[in-house]
Write a protein of this length. Structure first.
Length: 292
């Protein structure tokens, strides 16, 4: 198993942390040898998990998905998202932002609330934000204004942005390009575009969030993954949506990150451990995780 330097630092700090509380060498050794996967985009606070939310998180951890990043949607999702992060402070990490499909007449008040929350407590990204022209084009102008304002918030709070893009590559690309700076970075979540778009994104120092779609037959995403260096990729489930094969069409959950990592390992002709190590390292760098 090849371990990256960053991961070794993380494991060592966890190892030290453990040794203060647990003298069992065996326990420490098992921990040292296990995989560390990160789900960079999961909505485990939604109603779909009302009956088994805690079990779902525990299942993910058992399947080596130890970090889960929760993107916000709008004012109605904040409480449940933060509650889950409080319940699992070592595994669930919140983002703050207004989702493009929630940009309606009241979007200015929604954005004021986003800003209020950013002043109040720590978040790991501004997300999810972006432009969605698949469901409704009525509020395109407002979606563009909301995206710009939230990019400015990302700069102010020195946070990465997590972008939702649906039928809107050109619209998002031109806004991000206009605001590009050394500090601005982020991830194009659930990337399903072509290699040319993927290169445009990585050229801006942004990452690609690869999810369950990569396991779908004829998605064409394997061609993109083949071409793009692993240092530009993070893994995500987008739970409860877009479950990977063999669970396609069913409820998705963060434990399935392993299926996505396995598929990428096949495409890249490497091991799942290597995929876990590199993509977790990328996520730690992007979301500035400091493991103590
Ligand atoms: Zn999402």
């Amino acid at each position: 198993m090849k371990l990256s330097d960053d991961l070794i630092v993380i494991i060592n700090s966890e190892f030290n942390h453990f040794s203060q509380f647990n003298n069992s060498i065996t326990h420490q050794f098992i921990y040292f040898c296990t995989m560390y996967l990160t789900d960079t985009h999961t909505h485990l606070y939604l109603d779909e998990f009302n009956s088994d939310r805690a079990e779902t998180v525990k299942r993910a951890i058992e399947q080596d998905t130890r970090s889960m990043l929760l993107p916000n949607i709008d004012s109605s999702s904040i409480d449940n998202m933060l509650k889950l992060c409080e319940q699992f402070p070592d595994n669930c990490f919140p983002m703050m932002g207004l989702h493009p499909t929630s940009v309606k007449e009241n979007y200015k008040e929604e954005l004021d609330l986003v800003e209020l929350w950013l002043e109040k407590q720590k978040f790991y990204a501004i997300g999810e934000i972006g432009i969605d022209l698949y469901w409704d084009k009525t509020f395109l102008k407002e979606q563009q204004v909301a995206l710009v304002r939230q990019i400015e918030l990302a700069k102010k709070y020195q946070l990465p942005i997590v972008l939702h893009m649906r039928d809107s590559f050109n619209e998002i690309y031109s806004i991000v390009k206009d605001h590009i700076s050394d500090e601005l970075t982020g991830v194009f979540h659930c990337f399903t575009g072509n290699p040319e778009q993927a290169h445009k994104i990585t050229d801006m120092n942004f990452l690609l969030g690869i999810g369950g779609v990569v396991t779908f037959k004829n998605s064409g995403l394997d061609e993109v993954v083949k071409e793009i260096d692993l240092k530009h990729i993070v893994l995500e489930t987008d739970s409860p949506f877009l479950a990977p094969v063999p669970f396609r069409g069913k409820r998705n959950e963060s434990a399935y990150i392993k299926l996505i990592a396995k598929k990428i390992a096949e495409i890249k002709n490497t091991t799942i451990e290597e995929i876990a190590s590199i993509t977790t390292e990328n996520a730690n760098r992007l979301f500035k995780f400091i493991i103590t």
